[in-house]
Design a protein around this ligand. Structure first.
Ligand code: DQA
Length: 143
């Protein structure tokens, strides 16, 4: 059975409360529960991890080595700041998809650059919670 690690970075635990006009009214738990059922139905095994702490995300990526076939990651604001997260993802050689709920290119200029995009398999941005589901749909087609 193929294994997927779903990672979420800082402030994504605040979904539902946080800027609902940008990120929607559903909570992190609601979205990840629905995503978990969707992944199960596709026949994959998934684990989920969220942290507000850069080093914890990096440690989780390191411990993923050899265990997961793909990573789906919403790095939150670390998208725009973290060379360390980029290096961690490259260090484990697990292909990953970068997802964002909002369209980072229609927002402030500082969100237009990602330290991950050029080394990601692809980027899905702007489809709300469906950005995560679209990543799973891609994996269903290729794995
Ligand atoms: C985000 C976009 C980032 O710019 C922002 O810092 C986030 C969420 C998104 O899902 O739209 O925290 O990754």
């Amino acid at each position: 059975m193929k294994r997927i690690l779903v990672l979420n970075g800082p402030n994504l635990n605040m979904l539902g409360k946080r800027e609902p006009d940008v990120y929607g009214r559903e909570t992190y738990e609601e979205i990840m529960t629905e995503l978990s059922s969707y992944i199960d139905a596709k026949g994959f095994k998934a684990d989920f991890y969220q942290s507000n702490i850069e080093g914890e995300l990096i440690n989780r990526i390191h411990s993923a080595i050899g265990f997961y076939d793909y990573i789906i990651i919403n790095p939150g604001a670390f998208t725009h700041t973290s060379v360390a997260l980029r290096d961690a993802l490259l260090s484990v050689s697990i292909p990953f998809i970068e997802v964002h709920l909002s369209n980072i290119f229609s927002r402030e200029p500082f969100r237009h650059h990602s330290y991950l995009s050029d080394v990601a398999k692809g980027v899905i941005t702007g489809f709300g919670k469906y950005s995560y589901f679209m990543a799973v749909d891609f994996l269903f087609r290729i794995m």
